[in-house]
Write a protein that binds this ligand. Structure first.
Ligand code: BGC
Length: 575
């Protein structure tokens, strides 16, 4: 799976992207905002903000439900002047004369008590663009207190919302998946780690009930209760057109299967997680890894673009699917949604970093509220070292920056910890609550064993310095499939560093990233040559050898030889 990196060396691509981003910021900083609102009491509260120009405007109508939960909503108002909605989002708009009605979209229909949705629209006007002053939710006047007038103040409810804790891993035992545990324990030496918590992957519709005789979602949750676990880690992974930049984890749903994704995958998962029996379990949901970053890095005119990623960008089904999942799952008070932010060897370049954060923010907002997201995860199923102790991004060799080495290639980050902490700050800047926490998947980024450097490389050239000192022994940072030489990383651990909720093992060690040769299957999985040790690469790994182990089974299937190597090269070493 994971993470066709897709970066580019400095040059026209990066500079053009940076310039465009700066222009957008300048424009949004310059617009004036009109503000109005309804006032005082129960039921609902509305904050209306508009950005006007001479004949048009856009507006966001942030509705907070101060009453009981509703399972569908209609918000109405009258324009004071001559204003006409031309298009809307996060709801279905209609207008008759001055009267506007916006009804929920199907993914944001349920609005819990205290929950917020933010439909927005574009409109034309003539004369003055006065804001409406009275709103109704499902026929009842919104008389709640006015909201913030500063457009830079997030209008989302605070994170965590009532009932959620700041860090779901804190103070509780994490669920050990008995199926993974049995695989691990059956390997010689495997009992040393068989009691570690790992991610439970809901990677197809059949996984909800239990595919091919394996445990389904309820069975896992029941087992978690029986273990006295307080937190369960799920990976929600069946997006339409899944894994658009690679083939090894293509899934069962085609690019246009959004309705099936909603009704046959997300809705049934949400229904099970919402069962009162499980209300005291904190449920971490890692939502659709790889998807949104692929829209940033592997589309359009980028040398790393793929037709499949272009399709998913154009049809909107990654964004809509993720927004739907976040909204549905985020409505459950014991669910903690974490979104994927790739890893430093993917999004650590300037071209990719900010645009990814902004896309995540837009998608979360499209789910109804950014508060539907509890945090973010880096390095899922990837191999990026947690810390590179023997060089920093600011080092130079004979006046040449480490950033100019072949390995770093102008990236801003050398390792996952510095990347995760920096990305967290960028996400807060993008409007997420300052309480968000990061997870780092340390299942396979240990890089211990005999090949592990014990000190910095020689300061002869910048490449000798970086290559001699780096823990990450991959041939290229963009390699992602069954990497030869990898080891288990930090054992799962709560709140290990500032801004980090936990080190987690989301990719279960021993489960393959993809088959090293073509294997027919009914899981929708393709053969990605990045998993073939004889492959000489593509633009996403700068045409290097794949570095993959030979003899690998399909992604997700048990790969004993890899498991043994991961144990041998564990860092910290196993007893
Ligand atoms: C596969 C999934 C599997 C997961 C965890 C992914 O690459 O596509 O089927 O559950 O890895 O091993």
């Amino acid at each position: 799976m994971r993470h066709p990196p897709a970066r580019r060396s400095p040059g026209t691509v990066r500079r053009a992207a940076a310039a465009a981003a700066a222009a957008v910021l300048a424009a949004s900083g310059a617009v004036a905002l009109a503000q109005a609102q309804a006032s005082a009491a129960a039921g609902c509260k509305v904050d209306y903000t508009a950005n006007s120009w001479n004949t048009g405007f856009t507006a966001t109508v942030t509705l907070t439900n101060l009453g009981d939960a509703v399972s569908g909503w209609a918000l109405e108002w009258d324009f004071a002047g001559d204003q006409h909605v031309t298009q809307g989002w996060n709801g279905t708009f209609s207008q008759s004369g001055k009267h506007v009605t916006v009804r929920n979209a199907d993914w944001n229909a349920s609005l819990g008590s205290g929950a917020t949705v933010s439909p927005g629209f574009q409109a034309t006007y003539s004369g003055t663009n006065e804001a409406p002053t009275a709103f109704k939710l499902n026929g009842t006047a919104c008389t709640g207190a006015p909201g913030p007038t500063d457009p830079t103040t997030p209008t989302d409810p605070t994170n965590p919302p009532p009932g959620r804790v700041d860090n779901p891993y804190a103070g509780v035992k994490a669920y050990v998946n008995p199926e993974w545990s049995a695989h691990a324990a059956a390997e010689p030496g495997g009992s040393r780690i068989a009691n570690q918590p790992t991610g439970v992957w809901l990677d197809r519709i059949a996984a909800i009930a239990g595919a091919n005789g394996s445990m389904g979602l309820r069975a896992h949750l029941d087992a978690a209760l029986a273990q006295g676990a307080g937190v369960v880690q799920l990976v929600v992974y069946d997006l339409p057109g899944r894994d658009c930049s690679a083939l090894a984890s293509n899934g069962e749903l085609g690019p246009t299967d959004l309705p099936r994704y909603k009704s046959e995958f997300i809705d049934p998962i949400a229904a099970i997680l919402g069962d009162a029996k499980y209300k005291d379990l904190r449920i971490v949901t890692v939502v659709e890894i790889d998807s949104l970053p692929n829209l940033v890095t592997n589309t359009g005119s980028k040398p790393t673009a793929t037709p499949a990623c272009d399709t998913m960008k154009a049809n909107g089904n990654y964004v809509n699917g993720v927004a739907y999942a976040l909204g549905k799952l985020g409505a459950l008070p014991n669910v903690y949604n974490y979104l994927d932010v790739g890893h430093h060897g993917w999004l650590g370049w300037d071209d990719n970093f900010g645009p990814s954060a902004d896309l995540l923010a837009q998608t979360a907002q499209a789910s109804g509220s950014k508060a539907n997201v509890a945090g973010f995860i880096t390095n899922t199923a990837n191999y990026g070292a947690l810390k590179e102790p023997y060089f920093t991004i600011d080092d130079t060799v004979n006046g040449t920056s480490v950033r100019q080495s072949k390995w770093i290639d102008w990236n801003r980050y050398t390792d996952e910890l510095s990347y995760a902490q920096a990305f967290r700050n960028r996400l807060v800047q993008a409007g997420f609550d300052s309480g968000i926490g990061m997870l780092i998947d340390t299942s396979r980024n240990g890089w211990g064993g005999a090949a592990r450097p014990s000190g910095p490389g020689p300061k002869t050239t910048v490449d000798a310095y970086v290559d001699g000192g780096r823990l990450d022994r991959r041939i290229h940072l963009g390699n992602w499939c069954n990497q030869s030489g990898a080891g288990l990383g930090e054992r799962p651990k709560t709140a290990p560093e500032s801004g980090i909720d936990a080190y987690v093992w989301i990719k279960p060690p021993g489960e393959s990233d993809g088959a090293s040769s073509e294997i027919p299957n009914d899981e929708g999985k393709g053969f990605d040559r990045m998993c073939d040790p004889t492959y000489t690469g593509n633009p996403r790994n700068n045409n290097n050898m794949s570095g993959a182990l030979a003899g690998a089974p399909l992604s997700g299937h048990w790969f004993s030889a890899q498991f043994q190597e991961l144990m041998r090269n564990a860092y910290p070493a196993l007893p």
